[in-house]
Design a binder for this molecule. Structure first.
Ligand code: RB5
Length: 149
């Protein structure tokens, strides 16, 4: 699995730390930028990553900004995306098991790289459990599809 990564300037350092972590773990990734900490508008990179995930080019994406909130809101505007902003391991696990989140977002100004790496590992390693949760996810996706027609 290759995962898509992206950040604005506010999440750049955390993205770089997670890149080092993924390299240590042997997890393949594509970095959509930004590539330095100059000011950048988070919707641009969030939509770029979210569209690549929605097209099926990447199974999962991870986005970073100052809080993780802006990139989460922006990514969730893309049809087919379920982005979850998680700053604890339990939420990361639930975001996969119950919500089948296909994008994880985190904020560099909220948590440090040690916790972020644990959250990332948990999120990447946890499977969607389906069942009644599939029905609920399907309802969200059906609403999204109906809204677009
Ligand atoms: C940038 O200053 C900051 O607003 C952004 O990184 C993010 O936290 C927005 O939600």
């Amino acid at each position: 699995m290759t995962i898509a990564l992206g950040s604005d300037h506010g999440g750049f350092a955390l993205k770089q730390a997670m890149i080092a972590h993924l390299q240590e773990c042997g997890v393949a990734f594509k970095d959509f930028g930004v590539y330095c900490n100059e000011s950048a508008d988070y919707p641009e990179i969030a939509v770029l990553v979210a569209e690549a995930v929605a097209r099926g080019e990447y199974e999962k994406g991870v986005l970073f900004c100052g809080t993780g909130i802006g990139v989460s809101i922006a990514a969730n505007k893309v049809s087919g995306i379920r982005a979850a902003n998680c700053h604890d391991v339990f939420s990361a696990k639930m975001a996969r098991e119950h919500n089948d989140a296909n994008i994880l977002t985190m904020g560099e100004r909220v948590i440090g790289p040690g916790l972020a790496a644990l959250i990332l590992d948990t999120w990447l390693q946890t499977e969607f459990i389906g069942g009644r949760h599939a029905r609920r996810v399907d309802k969200m996706m059906a609403y999204e599809q109906g809204r677009q027609s």
